[in-house]
Design a protein around this ligand. Structure first.
Ligand code: ZN
Ligand code: ZN
Length: 555
């Protein structure tokens, strides 16, 4: 970690301190892009403002309560974007992009008051007098505000999750989304980075007793932030900004980088001290926090515990189904190898043998890119769904500052800028040893890779989020239901196979079962780890043996 830190400090200062005009244009391997996150990271979801015009345009027949609600929700969105410019950026609203929110106690108090104030306002509306559309919008808004309030007042992640303090994404989005001219966007960022030192000072003051794991995550992502600052500095030096502006840029980027490195030092020291004294907070949130978090995040009809029990039953059903598929495939795949009596072992052996069928390491991205148009063709030719060919999808490597959470994800534009590109982020295999890469490639084998693409891209998350941006309700585009967003992608996998994609072979159904088992196991895993205190060994057994994941994936 220290070595990385020094390397990146050098990278950063090398051109932050370079005389104006001396910065060498460096070819970047990574795609230059615009992006707004929606859908995947539930916390990144923000409400919006401009299409509020649409939400606020009631039909002539609208009842007075509906009209009142439409006005209120429009006012709310305008206010929301003003107090939360970072969320605004993620949905394509850039008016406040120059303002960096300082994560201080004062800001949190203001946001808590804001949530209470709007809950009171929305509480005066009688849901029974609203039409369906307005009533469901109201439920989404109330859930959002109650969740905000709960996160601030009860969950208090700002005290124990240092990876929350990450300035990279809004900079990346503003720098790489062509919503305005480049010089204009650079000037916005020149203002935005002014208070980065205050930002990290507030972060430091907010942290009480972080978990070791979240410290590590923050440290893993910090180099990615330095890379974004470096990219910004380079863009500024190569731009048509004035000499004075370029100088100011160099100074502010150096200050921002120094502040981030100071934060890194602070975390390393705190971690060391907590490790020595054994005082780090547990990463397990416990049942008392798990249930309300589940309720706010998932917005489902059942409790976390009920969902956990359903998942246990679903796992058993999947094992039964896989048992039959393994028997069917045994002679073809395993030949004369004796069958073990234990069904889990037997299924595992067939999956293991089939997993040798995968792309070579250097073809991983190329294969994903090759499959996207094929999925598009399939969906169109079978008339499964109308796809909007004008909404560009770009497969790219997950930006460094986002890594360490998911292997694959989607960054979709928000409803204010639906024309922007959607990014399909895939974590590259570069940093892995040959053995680790082989393990990942076996996990994302011939069959699973196709199912992954169905899930993330077509007709999964990408297609759904394009549709979401077309909703006549801005509130619904902005505050979509997490269970629906994830559920759609999972539903899409089975629906594709049922339409004949993959030729209905026992191989693809066995791999689909493994993939579906992953969803089911995630539910079991979360609950077991956070509420039931499962050990790391138990968690690994759940993933590797009972859900047939390769070691690298499970880890
Ligand atoms: Zn291999
Ligand atoms: Zn998903």
């Amino acid at each position: 970690m220290i070595k990385t830190k020094i390397a990146l400090a050098v990278l950063l200062t090398s051109f932050a301190l370079a005389p104006v005009g001396a910065a060498k244009p460096k070819k970047q391997g990574k795609a230059k892009v615009t992006k707004t996150v929606k859908g995947k990271s539930a916390k990144a979801r923000a409400p919006v403002a401009k299409k509020a015009v649409l939400a606020a345009a009631p039909s002539d027949a609208a009842a007075p309560q509906d009209r009142l609600f439409n006005t209120r929700s429009m006012q709310f969105l305008v206010a929301q974007w003003k107090i939360d410019p970072e969320s605004a950026i993620t949905v394509g609203k850039y008016e406040g992009a120059a303002n960096l929110t300082i994560p201080s106690a004062a800001t949190r108090a203001q946001r808590l008051a804001f949530a209470n104030e709007w809950l009171e306002r929305f509480g005066k509306l009688d849901p029974r007098k609203l039409s369906d559309r307005q009533r469901t919008d109201l439920a989404l808004l109330v859930n959002k505000l109650e969740a905000d309030r709960w996160y601030l007042a009860t969950f208090k992640e700002f005290e124990w999750n240092p990876s929350l303090y990450n300035i990279a994404q809004p900079i990346d989005v503003v720098l790489n989304t062509p919503y305005a001219s480049k010089p204009q966007r650079l000037r916005t960022l020149l203002r935005r980075i002014t208070h980065v030192p205050a930002y990290f000072a507030a972060a430091q003051a907010s942290i009480r007793n972080p978990t070791h794991e979240h410290i590590q995550l923050a440290l893993t992502q910090a180099p990615g932030t330095l890379a974004v600052l470096a990219e910004l500095g380079q863009a500024a030096q190569q731009s048509i900004l004035t000499k004075a502006e370029k100088n100011l840029f160099a100074t502010r980027i150096a200050n921002a980088g120094t502040a981030l490195l100071g934060y890194v030092d602070f975390l390393i020291a705190l971690d060391r001290q907590q490790q020595a004294t054994g005082t780090a907070r547990s990463f397990r949130i416990g049942k008392a926090l798990y249930e309300p978090k589940f309720r706010h995040d998932i917005q489902a009809g059942s409790s976390a515990e009920q969902t956990y029990r359903k998942a246990l039953a679903a796992r058993d059903e999947l094992h039964t189904r896989m048992d039959a598929l393994a028997d069917e495939l045994w002679p073809k795949v395993m030949g004369t190898t004796p069958k073990p009596a234990d069904r889990i072992r037997k299924i595992g052996m067939v999956i293991d043998r089939l997993s040798a069928n995968h792309v070579p390491r250097d073809q991983f991205f190329a294969e994903i890119r090759r499959q996207i148009p094929l999925l598009q063709q399939w969906v169109t030719s079978k008339n499964l769904l109308t796809l909007d060919a004008d909404k560009p999808l770009e497969v790219r490597e997950t930006p460094m500052y986002q890594r360490g959470v998911a292997g694959a994800s989607i960054d979709a534009p928000g409803p204010y800028r639906p024309q922007d590109r959607t990014f399909y982020n895939v974590t590259p295999l570069d940093g892995l040893t040959a053995a680790q890469a082989e393990s990942s490639l076996r996990e994302y084998n011939h069959w699973i890779l196709q199912i992954l693409n169905i899930h993330e891209a077509i007709p999964g998350h990408y297609a759904q989020l394009v549709y979401a941006n077309k909703s006549p309700s801005l509130v619904k585009s902005l505050f979509g239901n997490g269970a629906m967003v994830e559920g759609w992608a999972v539903y899409g996998e089975r629906m594709m196979l049922e339409s004949g994609y993959g030729d209905n072979t026992p191989e693809i159904w066995l791999m689909w079962s493994k993939w579906n088992l992953r969803v089911v196991t995630n539910t079991i895993l979360d609950y077991s780890v956070h509420v039931l205190g499962a050990s790391e060994a138990q968690a690994m057994d759940m993933l590797e043996r009972q859900a047939f994941q390769t070691r690298s994936e499970a880890t």
